[in-house]
Design a protein around this ligand. Structure first.
Ligand code: SF4
Length: 178
């Protein structure tokens, strides 16, 4: 897996101050994607053992609320293969920090149902994630007033509650507007 960027003081992609990893590779090709260069799986730099160590170090300070995964598309199967072992380490090392993930796939019908993203890693990866922002970016539904998402079709999902209840539980950010 390659990645395009790491932001270690990100306040836009999830609650609180976060470390954000932008992985490479995306097969959605949404119209007016803001990040077209990340469609290529070869974009950016290789995600290595050193990258993992760097991220774990950047996640350590008390003021860091958690990790955010963005893309590209974290749920492309070849990205899941690399992200799953990393997320296990993050969970083990920082049980109190939270993990957000942005995906163009729909949680219920595509990640839990049938899609090109479904693979042997998907269920465990979902169990390790706290909040999933799902759905492709739709230019016509874009609004600058939306918090933590680009278009109003995208949902902010409490993954643990949703998996436990079998119904989509919306996550309500503690900080105001969504
Ligand atoms: S899912 Fe995200 S990165 Fe992929 S095409 Fe859509 S907006 Fe771009």
């Amino acid at each position: 897996m390659n990645y395009g960027e790491i932001k270690n003081f990100d306040i836009a992609n999830g609650e609180g101050v976060r470390v954000s990893l932008f992985v490479s590779g995306c097969t959605h090709h949404c119209k007016n994607c803001f990040n077209k260069e990340t469609w290529s799986f070869d974009y950016g730099k290789p995600f290595t053992a050193e990258t993992e160590e760097l991220l774990l170090k950047e996640l350590a300070p008390g003021y860091i609320n958690g990790l955010s995964l963005l893309g590209g598309e974290p749920f492309e199967p070849q990205n899941q293969a690399v992200l799953l072992p990393f997320l296990r380490r993050v969970r083990e090392r920082f049980p109190k920090k939270n993990i957000w993930c942005y995906t163009g796939y729909l949680f219920d019908t595509e990640l839990l149902g049938e899609s090109r993203a479904r693979c042997e890693y998907t269920d465990e990866m979902l169990r390790l994630i706290d909040v999933l922002v799902d759905g492709e970016f739709v230019q016509e539904l874009y609004s600058i007033t939306l918090q933590f998402r680009g278009s109003s079709n995208q949902r902010i999902i409490d993954v643990k509650k949703s998996l436990a209840s079998g119904e989509i539980a919306e996550y309500k950010p503690k900080s105001g507007r969504i």
